[in-house]
Design a binder for this molecule. Sequence first.
Ligand code: ADP
Length: 326
Amino acid sequence: MVRYDILQLLAAHPEEYVSGERISQQLNVTRAAIWKQIKALKIEGFEIEGQTKNGYRLMKMSLSLNEWAIQQALTTTCLGRTIYLENELSSTNVRAKELAHQGGVHGLTVVARYQSGGQGRLQRQWESPRGGLWMSVVLRPDLSLADASKITLAASVAIVDAIEELFQLRIGIKWPNDLVFNGQKLAGILGEVVGEWNAVQTLILGMGINANFPRECLSAPLNATTLFEILGYEVDLNILAAMILKHLEKEVISLENKTFEKLRLRWTERAVGLGGEVKIIQGEQIFQGVFKGISTDGALLLETEDGEKSFSAGEVQLRSKKSEYF
Ligand code: ADP
C-alpha cells in the first residue's frame, strides 16, 4: 500500500525531512498523491510535519491501532505475523474461529477497534468501546488437550508481564481469566478450543484490554478500570499488542517444552486472593474455603472444611468472601 510505503520511507529517516521529490521518485507516485496519503496518515494519528522547502518528517507514531505499526513493533516469529485489523467486528474470537476453519495459520491474529458483540465466559457480554485492545490469536500449539487448557494461564502471565515491561505497572491475575488492578477489572481473556479433540489442537485466545478510554465508556455497575484511568495518558496500542504477542509466544513455547511448573510459579506470584477466604460458585452450589493455589493441571485448589477440592476453569466463578473482587 502506497500509504505505508511512504510511512516506511519516513520512518527510515527519523531525524530528517524527506523531500517530496525523493518520495515521488523512489515510490513512483505523483506529488499530489503523496500529499493525499500524508493527509490520510495524519487522520490515522501519525504526526507528520510538512515543510514546503524540505519535505516531510515523521514526528510521532500513531497511538491508535494500525496494521503497519503493529508489524513494525513485532518481535515474534509466528504470533501476529499474519494480522487482520478491522474497524468493527461483532467479536474477534468469532472472526478468528472462522479464519481458523478456513486454514488460518498458527499465530494468525485478529484485532478490532470496536466489538459490537464481544463475549466473556458463558456468553456473558464483554463491553468493547473504541480505544481498547480487542485481539484474538489462532494457536495451533504442539500440546495435548490437557495442556492446552493452560494457555489461559499462560496468556494471563503474558499480559501482566507486557504491561509491567511497558508501563512499570503491576497488575494481578484473578483466576481464571481476569486481570485486575486495585480490585477492578482491567482485562479479560477468553480461550476456546476448536477443531478435533485428538488431532492438532486449535485454540482461539481472545484478549480484551481496557486501554485508551475513560471509565465512563463502560456501563456504571461494572467493577472495571482502564489503563488510561490508571496511567493518566493514552498508550501506544500497537506497541502494547506487539509486546503481548511477544510474551505470549514465549509462554506458548515454554508450555510446548513442558515447563508448566515454572509457569505455575510465575502465575502464583501474580495471583490475587491466594491464601485468603474465597467462595467458588458452581451453578447453584457455593463452596467456601481458602484459596491454596493451582494444581499441576491448572485447576484451582480450595481448602474446605471437608478437605481439598479442585475446580477447573470452565464451570466456576471465584469471588472473595467479602466482595465481588479482591
Ligand atoms: P467473570 O469475571 O465473572 O468470570 P467473564 O470473564 O466471563 O466474567 O467476563 C464477563 C463479565 O465481565 C461481564 O459479565 C461483565 O460483568 C464484565 N465486563 C464486561 N465488559 C467489561 C469490560 N470492558 N471491562 C471490565 N469488565 C467487563
